[in-house]
Design a protein around this ligand. Structure first.
Ligand code: KG4
Ligand code: ZN
Length: 451
């Protein structure tokens, strides 16, 4: 089935076209990373506004990448979206938090941003934002949750509108299920595009970049060392991957260990009791003055540090079977900085900074992998998928490959590890659409449990 999928659970606005056998025709992402980096973390209100601005441009780009340039020739452009984001909201502590002037009703700034979903033939004046289903799309899939509610709502309402306008079935997808099934995506080279939104006040770019080196990955085999060296390095296809398997989904918003028997039979074994690992990376990076997102920079510094230089705890390693806890580790890092004589002193010594990153990363990896090994053993599983933004971590990839040599281990390519809509389209291939009578009533679920 040819599915148009939408993902807006956090701070990526993403759309993809996915066909039978999870073949990805397009995988398009607008990243808000630079918008939020100013605040060292995701600001939910800004995230929702960015989703509103970029939702339709992303859908249009996904159609264009999948089916060629005809979509753009319909007169679409990336202009006219500034109004929504700059509608008077400023999350900075010293800034002016005014009444945003953002109206969810069909008027106000949203309308003035020029976004509309009119059906063909209607409203010619707004042709620049109309998206037509001329490409044989057979269903619309959308992330229903879990995630930030304001962000989810943009995707869910857009998906409902498209399904209604095009008279197509609507398939709600659990975000974690998407990560777990991303392993089956076949993503040909050249089909992934990304656009980085600049921080507020800087001119918007309409430049989509192709994300390279997402080589065809189905069937997928064990990660090979080639895939460890660069976040864009291809994953080598070697052998088919199959059920049952263990999924470790680790990102800024979640960490879950899940037994996957089939797309429709998954069992949550454990999850984080407080911070997710990506959140811990981001908070530690903030304490160390390293910017946002923290994962990539801590990963880079850790590679050059001594992981035994600082003694940091391994929370819950021997208790709570498969649950994780990372907030104590972050506190231990804060204490280590204080014991060293403060941040300024630590940063004067390049070695100490690298050593602290390496010690923190080693503790995270140790906990993640020990719990994973325990689950593999007790569940008698020999296949493992590691997905989510933290799965891009080079230290984790290397250590997992070293420790789990008897396991069929798969890390999807980084572009499918971080949030994307291709995985939502892939999961939707296995899920039933909503009955038509229920489609328009679909709600977003911030705290949706894995069904
Ligand atoms: O999956 P994702 O794009 O979004 C969600 O949080 O759902 O993951 C983003 C998270 C951030 O917390 C980021 O710091 C982390 O993934 N991350 C990493 C690395 N790259 C991204 N964490 C550790 N090492 C990395 N190389
Ligand atoms: Zn995610």
């Amino acid at each position: 089935m040819r599915i148009l999928a939408i993902e807006t659970s956090c701070d990526e606005t993403a759309a993809a076209v996915v066909e039978d056998d999870c073949r990805v025709l397009s995988n398009v992402i607008v990243s808000q990373m630079r918008v939020h980096s100013v605040y060292s973390g995701v600001v939910p209100e800004l995230a929702s506004r960015c989703h509103i601005e970029y939702m339709l441009p992303v859908v249009r780009e996904a159609l264009e990448v999948a089916f060629g340039g005809e979509v753009r020739s319909a007169g679409f452009s990336l202009s006219s979206h500034e109004k929504v984001r700059s509608a008077g909201f400023s999350p900075s502590p010293g800034g002016e938090v005014r009444s945003a002037g953002l109206s969810p009703s069909p008027g106000g700034e949203i309308r003035s941003a020029g976004l509309s979903l009119s059906s063909p033939g209607e409203n010619r004046a707004k042709a620049s934002t109309r998206i037509e289903n001329r490409y044989g799309i057979e269903a619309i899939a959308v992330t229903r949750g879990p995630g930030l509610i304001g962000s989810l709502l943009v995707g869910v309402e857009t998906a409902k509108t498209l399904a209604w306008t095009w008279n197509l079935p609507l398939i709600p997808v659990h975000h974690t299920m998407g990560h777990l099934l991303s392993v089956f995506c076949e993503l040909p080279e050249g089909q992934s595009r990304i656009l980085e939104i600049p921080p507020e006040g800087q001119p918007a770019s309409a430049q989509w970049e192709t994300i390279p080196a997402a080589s065809p990955i189905r069937p997928i085999g064990p990660i090979c060392p080639i895939g460890l060296t660069s976040p864009t390095a291809p994953t080598r296809p070697t052998a088919a991957f199959d059920y049952p398997y263990l999924g470790l989904v680790i990102s800024g918003g979640h960490s879950s260990l899940v037994r996957v028997d089939s797309p429709l039979r998954m069992r949550l074994l454990g999850s984080t009791l407080d911070d997710a690992p990506g959140e811990a990376y981001d908070k530690v990076a903030k304490c160390l003055g390293l910017g946002y997102p923290g994962g990539p920079v801590v990963d880079r510094l850790a590679a050059e540090g001594d992981s035994e230089a600082f003694a940091l705890p391994r929370p819950l390693l021997h208790t709570r079977e498969y649950d994780f806890s990372f907030s104590g580790l972050k506190t231990a890092v804060v204490r280590a900085i204080q014991d060293f004589g403060g941040l300024a002193r630590l940063r004067e010594s390049e070695t100490a900074l690298k050593d602290l990153c390496a010690s923190f990363q080693a503790a995270v990896i140790d906990v993640l992998l020990k719990k994973t090994e325990r689950a593999l053993k007790r569940e008698r599983l020999r296949r493992l998928v590691v997905a989510g933004g933290v799965a891009c971590n080079r230290g984790l990839r290397a250590e997992a490959a070293r420790r789990l040599q008897s396991v069929h281990l798969v890390f999807p390519p980084p572009v499918l590890c971080t949030d994307n809509a291709a995985m939502i389209g892939a999961a939707a291939q296995y899920l039933p659409p909503l009955p038509r009578s229920e489609a328009l009533a679909l709600d977003a679920r911030a705290g949706w449990e894995l069904p």
